[in-house]
Design a protein around this ligand. Structure first.
Ligand SMILES: Cc1cc2nc3c(=O)[nH]c(=O)nc-3n(C[C@H](O)[C@H](O)[C@H](O)COP(=O)(O)OP(=O)(O)OC[C@H]3O[C@@H](n4cnc5c(N)ncnc54)[C@H](O)[C@@H]3O)c2cc1C
Length: 398
């Protein structure tokens, strides 16, 4: 029962879910709207239980080999003079953290490679979902209607599966008062192995330069009330960013010019997804679609890896019975998600006032390694041990 499972979204949660479902003998299909695997994004963290999940998948060596190798944050003034630094690597060493920072695109590529046997359909999207007693009839933007036993939305904060099943996103996506953008940057602008960050009140621009990648990324954050915009209209988003960062000093004009020319430009509201339930009948949600914590929590990839592992494991343990599995998945994982959603560090990255920037820089100069290591340990989602669902291949575990 419930063998054929359609997953919408091929980023982090989708391929992880597909990996484990295939391992347990289900038949997953992944549909991704983009014409090919999306490469964009800055560094994301694989930490805590996500390291265990990646180890059980056998992909931790690839993740370590592709690690971004970034030392920490360097705060600078308008003349690019260093004001303070936070050595994140030293903090992680003190916290005995097995955490790895990796470019989001590299992680997505490793997960895709690990699921080569799974059917991927790129350049398509679910358009309609109709559930009945025995399964789900799914209509696509292109091609014929298909029938599946279950559908999982792993299609991010603006999930189509969530909209079609639970209603408009305005009910679930909570604006955190900031907007952010990622784009390519000229590596010559930044210091190797550091994130170099310039602030004005409520605004931050930075260059992310890893030790293992030739390129660099620009990152912009600005504070704003909700702005009505079309999240698929990239030109409109570029205009919003230009307005927010017009006439700023430092390297902002160069970073902006690079961002506006980048075809992979990524812009979004800093927001969280909060839902009363992550499933409805034969449809469930995973990753950001269910519980986005926002990039300001630094937990998106970790939560997606662990959540997808748990969802597949519960389906296997319940011999495919979605009613049991979806309930256990949610009961077992909500607490971890809630904790990550309440750990935001936006105040450190983009303080609201000059006084806040000064206080952040002063703190960063103090010898607070021990205290910061404590914070780092708190960020590891380890409320309960990671369940072991066995690693049966090709058969359901009853
Ligand atoms: C291009 C990109 C860059 C990112 N960069 C960063 C970053 O630098 N830092 C950070 O903290 N987080 C970043 N994120 C978000 C981060 O990946 C997530 O927070 C986290 O990893 C959760 O992953 P997810 O798989 O649940 O969702 P996401 O990573 O958001 O992936 C959702 C996937 O679903 C696809 N999709 C969307 N709608 C549909 C549809 N209708 N049909 C089919 N597929 C659909 C998207 O194209 C995407 O591939 C980025 C996400 C993307 C897509």
């Amino acid at each position: 029962m419930n063998r054929r499972i359609l997953i919408s979204g091929a980023s982090i949660a989708g391929p992880t879910l597909a990996f484990w479902l295939a391992r347990y003998g289900f038949t997953p299909t992944v549909v991704e709207r983009a014409p090919r695997l999306r490469e964009g994004g800055n560094g994301v963290d694989v930490r805590g239980q996500a390291v265990e999940v990646a180890e059980r998948m056998g992909i931790m060596p690839q993740i370590r080999a592709a690690a971004a190798d970034v030392t920490g944050l360097s705060f600078v003034d308008a003349a690019n003079r260093s004001l303070a630094r936070i050595d994140m690597r030293a903090i992680q060493r003190r916290a005995a953290s097995a955490e790895v920072e990796i470019m989001r695109g590299d992680l997505a590529a490793i997960l895709h490679e690990a699921t080569r046997d799974v059917e991927y359909v790129f350049g398509n999207s679910i358009r309609a979902i109709e559930q009945d007693e025995d399964g789900v009839t799914v209509g696509f933007e292109h091609g014929p209607t298909r029938r599946f036993d279950l559908v999982v939305g792993a299609d991010g904060t603006h999930s189509t599966v969530r909209r079609l099943t639970f209603g408009p996103e305005s009910q679930f996506v909570k604006h955190l008062g900031y907007y952010f953008a990622f784009a390519e940057a000229d590596p010559a602008l930044g210091e190797r192995r550091w994130v170099t960050l310039y602030n004005l009140p409520g605004r931050a621009a930075s260059i992310y330069r890893s030790g293992t990648h030739a390129g660099a990324k620009a990152n912009f954050i600005f504070r704003s009330r909700p702005i009505p915009y079309d999240h698929r209209d990239v030109e409109q988003q570029k205009r919003l960013l230009s307005e927010a960062f017009a006439d700023l000093p430092w390297l902002v004009p160069d970073l902006l010019a690079g961002a506006l020319a980048d075809p992979d430009f990524y812009f979004d509201a800093l927001s969280q997804v909060r839902m009363a339930s992550w499933s409805s009948g034969r449809v469930a949600l995973a990753g950001d679609a269910a519980h986005c914590a926002s990039p300001a929590a630094g937990a998106g990839a970790t939560l997606s890896l662990v959540g997808a592992y748990r969802l597949a494991g519960e389906l296997s343990s319940a011999a495919g019975d979605h009613r049991i599995a979806f309930r256990r998945y949610e009961q077992g994982y909500r607490k971890t998600v809630g904790r990550s959603q309440s750990n935001l560090f936006i105040g450190m990255i983009a303080p609201k006032s000059r006084r806040g920037i000064w206080a952040r820089n002063t703190m960063a100069r103090l010898p607070l390694l021990g205290a910061m290591a404590g914070v780092e340990r708190r960020l590891q989602p380890r409320i309960q041990p990671l369940p072991d669902y066995g690693s049966a291949t090709g058969s359901f575990r009853a």
